[in-house]
Design a binder for this molecule. Structure first.
Ligand SMILES: [Zn+2]
Length: 377
């Protein structure tokens, strides 16, 4: 039986307390673009969904550089959303990544394969993914989340993490720490292959019988798949080492490695949150989502950190409603919108209407931020 199910949204990474794990390497990695020393005080956490085009999150580079690197992406946003002015400022502070990502993914679906329009939309989608990877890579490389680490340290073998984020703050804790079982169990149950076939892992597997899983609902920066449809690796995902994945995405021109079977390009597996076609069509994502559904239905306790159930995310809403969460399951919601004097009153009213309908047996709404939580390890 699943004990505690943690559900993490963008607010968890955004609201964590990030610490530098290797000062020298961190400075070196940040120095690449500006060629000047980067100050701790300007380093940001991973952005929320509306800040991926905000110059404040480009502290390690120049906004003009992003315009040069990803011109199709920038022009697409200017043209389709009527965004004017200097990139990274003004209207750009309100551009929602979900809208852009979803629209580009619809273009790919809509334009028939083999046409120029299809190739162009594919290129655009890749630029968006590279921009996302680049920003998240830079915000997290050689850093760790104090609360992400505490959460992982407190895991029981039957606890499950349902993570809606692409970044690797939790992954680096779950994968690199010896004795943490959830990622290995995910590889065994969902991918049907061991994540690592080492002595330590086999010992870990023999020791644990719990049902705990680590489920990344929209893909992950360290997952790649082959882009060649006739290659057997195009229907599976490869899990990359966390630091290597961050390093390769730390450079805007750096691409993930080539496919080991056919040598075609591989692409990072990131699913636009609003368009979950891959969830229904890829057996891996279908398994991830059905395991999440089962874990929620069996949970003794559900803790939702930094996920606000945006009205457009029908799939996640469906997941929680379909799980038929038991009346005696404790639910805790950690979210800034729990604060009655939240500056965005309209959003808060929406949240306050939505949550009791998702959790009719009630929930604990005392905490507003990840860094108010206390974990016992
Ligand atoms: Zn291949």
């Amino acid at each position: 039986m699943a004990q505690t199910v943690y559900v993490l949204g963008a607010g968890a990474s955004h609201g964590d307390t990030l610490r530098i794990s290797d000062e020298k390497k961190w400075k070196k990695a940040c120095k690449k673009d500006r060629n000047t020393e980067v100050d701790h005080t300007i380093a940001t956490n991973p952005p929320l969904i509306t800040s991926f085009f905000d110059a404040n999150y480009l502290w390690w580079t120049y906004p003009e550089r992003i315009e040069k690197l990803f011109p199709e992406m920038i022009n697409y946003i200017r043209r389709r959303w009527g965004i004017k002015g200097v990139f990274g400022t003004g209207d750009w502070l309100h551009v929602n990544l979900e809208d852009i990502f979803t629209s580009a993914a619809i273009d790919v679906e809509f334009n028939p394969p083999g046409t120029n329009a299809h190739a162009e939309s594919q290129l655009l989608l890749n630029q968006i993914k590279r921009h996302v990877s680049f920003i998240l890579g830079r915000c997290t490389i050689y850093r760790y989340g104090k609360y992400s680490r505490a959460l992982v340290n407190a895991l029981d073998e039957s606890d499950t993490i349902i993570n809606f984020n692409y970044d690797l703050l939790i992954d680096q804790e779950v994968i690199s720490r010896t004795g943490i079982y959830q990622y290995h169990n995910f590889a065994n149950v969902v991918l049907d292959k061991p994540f690592q076939n080492t002595v330590q892992f086999r010992a870990l597997r023999d020791k644990h019988t719990g049902s705990g899983l680590y489920l990344k609902m929209h893909g992950s920066l360290n997952w790649t798949t082959c882009t060649n449809n006739s290659c057997p690796r195009s229907t599976s995902i490869e899990i990359g080492d966390v630091l290597e994945s961050l390093l390769s995405r730390n450079s805007p021109t750096g691409r993930p490695p080539r496919c080991e079977t056919c040598r075609s390009e591989v692409s990072t597996v990131l699913i636009p949150p609003l368009l979950n076609k891959p969830v229904m069509h890829s057996s891996i994502f279908r398994n991830i989502w059905s395991n999440a559904l089962y874990a929620l239905s069996q949970a003794k306790k559900i803790i939702i950190i930094g996920y606000s159930f945006p009205p457009t995310d029908f799939y996640t809403e469906w997941l929680f409603r379909s799980a038929r969460i038991n009346a005696d399951t404790q639910v805790q919601v950690v979210n800034p919108l729990n604060n009655p004097s939240h500056p965005n009153q309209r959003e808060q009213e929406r949240f306050n209407r939505m949550m009791p309908s998702l959790f009719p047996h009630g929930y604990d709404a005392q905490l507003t931020a990840f860094n108010q939580m206390q974990f016992n390890s």
